[in-house]
Structure formats: C-alpha cells, structure tokens
Write a protein that binds this ligand. Structure first.
Ligand code: CTP
Length: 414
C-alpha cells in the first residue's frame, strides 16, 4: 500500500515548501519527509521567525538542498525570482497570521514572500494560529483577499492548540497536507471554493452488524474514499457532516463534523437526520446488506457440535430512502462497486443500479482482488441519471473526489 499518490516517479515535481514562524513548524518536518520520499524535489524556504522554531540544518538534511530565508543570499542565482518561477507547487505551512497578511498585501520583504509573488503554479497556504487570531476580521479579510486572487488557503483543523486551549486554527495533520498537495500536483484547480455556503453530507466506511458482543458481520471498506470526499468538500468551502462507520485508522478531515456510527441502522438514522438540511448527500459507505436476525447479548459459546445456520434479515436500503425523502434540489450520489458477470459488464450493471436506486449520480468502481478496497488510488466512471457517462482518471482518491464534487457543484447551480 502507498501513501496517497506517493512513490510514483511520473509525478516527481518541484515543490517550494514555505515555513512560517509558528510552533507547528515542527510538524512540517514530516510533510517534507513524505514529499521527499515520494520523489519530489523540495526546496524549503522558511521565514526568519520559522528558524527560531526549527533550524536550517533540519530542513537541509531532510530536503537535501540549501536553505535560505533572505533575498541577499546566493544573489547570483536570483533565487527570489527563480524559485517561484520554476516551482510546480508552493505549499506554505504553517501560514501564520503575519504571513497571511504579508502575502495578502503582496509584500516582498523576504525570500518566501518574494517567491509567492513570482510563482505561477498553484499556491496553497495552510494556516495555523490561535482561534482568536484566525477568527479576527483582519485575518479573515486577508484570507478572503488571497482566495479572490486564486491562492488556496486551506481550512485549518479544530482541536488542541499550543497550551491547554483548543479551537479552530490547528495545523491539519501532515498526512492531510501531503494529500492536498498531491491532489494539487495532479490537478491544480481541484480546490476552488465553489461549495462555499453549501452543506453536504458524506457517509464512509463499512458497517458492522453484531452477532454477539465480540463478533460481527463486516466488510473490507477502509473509508478512505468517503474521507477524501469529505476532506475535498471542506477545502472547497462546504460545511461537511461525515457519517463514519468502521474505517481504517484515518485522521478526521480538517474542518469536518464527524458523526460515528456502527451498524447499518445507526448509519441510516444519522444520514436521514443530517440529510434533512443538506444540499448534497453522498453515500460512499459500504452498508451491510444483511444483519443477523438476533444479536446475542452474551458471547456465543462452542459446544463441540456444528452451529445452527445463522438466520439473516435484510437491512434497509439507505440510499433509496434518502432519494425518496430528499428535499427539492438536493443532489443524491451513490457508489457502486461491481465485478461484472457473464450477463452484464460493470457499466451495464451500474446503469441498472442507478435506475434502481433513483439517485442523480453513481460513482462506479470495478472491484476485484486489490482493486478499490483498502488502497489509496481509485478509478472508475461517473454515471448521471440524465444519461451522462464520464471516465474518472486514475489517481488518488482525493482526485476522484474532486471530479465527483465538480459534477455535484454543476447540478447545484441548476
Ligand atoms: N447502499 C445503501 N444501503 C444498503 C446497501 C447499499 O444505502 N443497504 C448504498 C451504498 O452506500 C452505495 C449504493 O447503495 O452508495 C450501492 O451499494 P452496493 O452495495 O453496490 O449495492 P447493493 O444495493 O447492495 O446491490 P448489490 O450488492 O446487490 O450489488
């Protein structure tokens, strides 16, 4: 298994990693390590203040390149112009309130800000600061100004900040920053803010149907695709509710409300409740079709004899219920993992499923051994109830998510 889109020489690119002067700089060492291990050529450009938190030797050792912060070093190489001009992606983390202000106003008083002015590639600033500073009108004004010019300002996470307080303004986890950076290398316009003001609900993971307190019927879904959908929607400006059944060990996406559930019936209840005020609903969860007719209150014991056959009962089809109870204008999206059989190929099966479920869009994956489940990359097709059909490019699950949100956003404006 690979990290999202990593270890693929075909996407080895030039990345400028800017570091602002905040305590979260230490977490960005891990971002650098992962981007370098993926084969990217990373130049680290800290601010002078950033070097008070993590010193130049650390950045130089991890990147294998010299580290400068002012425009008067190595002048013959004109780094204040060249670094930005030649970059495929600029990521700045942590982007402090001061750095956001300087970037918003086009200051060029150090190497990092000069690089931001010369970059013509996607630029993502990943904020980290105390909640009061993040919510201050001055910072929000600077963020709005940057976004209006096409600079990506990521949503910060909520949670523990420096010291005992917690709130919005925490740096997203390194894996999440790497995932967003990898997405931008695949598709520079994947994180536009076209879902601002929308509320969307995404389900993820596999339900578990208990047989007794220690055993369950489950499935192989890791939840990665649903998490990628939630993450990308939040970064595109949506208010996101993620209803998460059992998943692999995944980090909660920054800026997303996560509701945890176990069984199909809990998932159903949470989805119907959240969908009641949503603009779009995406059912990426793998729902168990059946559940044991009886869940034993105590552990089922061996007796030495073969056990009785297990009676199962069918679970409600949540997607069909969501379609039936939907609000006017709400876009409902399903997923289908198909293997094809002797009667119908994957797409024919999927088209029949789309009609049966009645949703607006169906994301189709061909599945089989080591395809789609428990891997980071995904591919497939997007079928529309209007008869449309689009192939989705192979790549990280966040890339597939970005195309799904494009199709949803196009329907939301109708
Ligand atoms: N789904 C649902 N409730 C269920 C079963 C599935 O909401 N009880 C949703 C899934 O989240 C997915 C879509 O329906 O978005 C298709 O799921 P899939 O398992 O492919 O379809 P099934 O209806 O279970 O059909 P089959 O397994 O027979 O192909």
């Amino acid at each position: 298994m690979t990290q999202a889109g990593l270890a693929r020489p075909d996407i080895s690119r030039r990345i400028v990693l800017g570091i602002g002067g905040g305590i979260a700089a230490y977490k960005v060492c891990e971002v650098l390590r992962r981007l370098s291990e993926a084969g990217h050529r990373v130049r680290v450009v800290p601010t002078e203040a950033a070097l008070k938190f993590v010193g130049a030797p650390t950045w130089e050792a991890l990147s294998g390149s010299p580290v400068r912060h002012d425009v008067f070093a190595d002048v013959s190489e004109v780094p204040h112009v060249r670094l930005g001009q030649t970059a495929d992606l600029v990521v700045v983390a942590p982007a402090t309130a001061d750095l956001l202000a300087r970037a918003a106003h086009g200051r060029a008083d150090d190497l990092l800000c000069a690089t931001l002015l010369t970059a013509r590639c996607p630029v993502m600033l990943v904020p980290a600061m105390h909640t009061e500073m993040w919510e201050h009108p001055a910072t929000q004004y600077n963020v709005a100004m940057l976004r209006s010019r096409g600079t990506i300002v990521a949503q910060p996470a909520s949670g523990r900040l420096t010291g005992a307080d917690s709130g919005a303004g925490r740096l997203p986890e390194p894996g999440e920053i790497v995932e967003l950076a990898t997405l931008l290398l695949h598709r520079g316009d994947a994180l536009r803010t076209d879902l601002t003001g929308r509320h969307v609900v995404v389900s993820a993971g596999g339900t578990r149907e208990p047989l007794d307190p220690v055993r369950y019927l489950g499935n192989r879904s890791s939840g990665r695709q649903g998490y990628a959908l939630a993450r990308v929607a939040a970064q595109r400006g949506a208010q996101v509710t993620l209803v998460a059944a059992h998943t692999a060990d995944l980090t909660d996406p920054a800026g997303v409300d996560v509701v945890r559930v176990g069984t199909a019936s809990q998932l159903r209840e949470a989805m119907l409740k959240a969908a009641a005020r949503a603009d779009a609903v995406v059912m990426a969860a793998a729902v168990a079709d059946f559940r044991p007719a009886v869940s034993h209150p105590g552990k089922i014991k061996k007796t030495g004899a073969d056990p009785e056959p297990l009676p199962l009962i069918v679970n409600p089809d949540i997607l069909v219920e969501l379609v039936r109870s939907r609000l006017r204008e709400q876009v409902v999206v399903g997923f289908a993992a198909e293997t094809g059989d002797s009667d119908a190929d994957v797409l024919a099966q999927a088209r029949a499923k789309l009609a049966r479920k009645g949703c607006d869009l169906l994301v189709v994956n061909a599945v089989g051994e080591s395809r789609a489940f428990e891997v980071d990359d995904n591919t497939g097709w997007l079928l529309g109830a209007d008869g449309s059909q689009a192939a989705l490019p192979e790549g990280p699950k966040s890339l597939l998510a970005s195309y799904v949100w494009d199709a949803i956003a196009a329907r939301l404006t109708r």
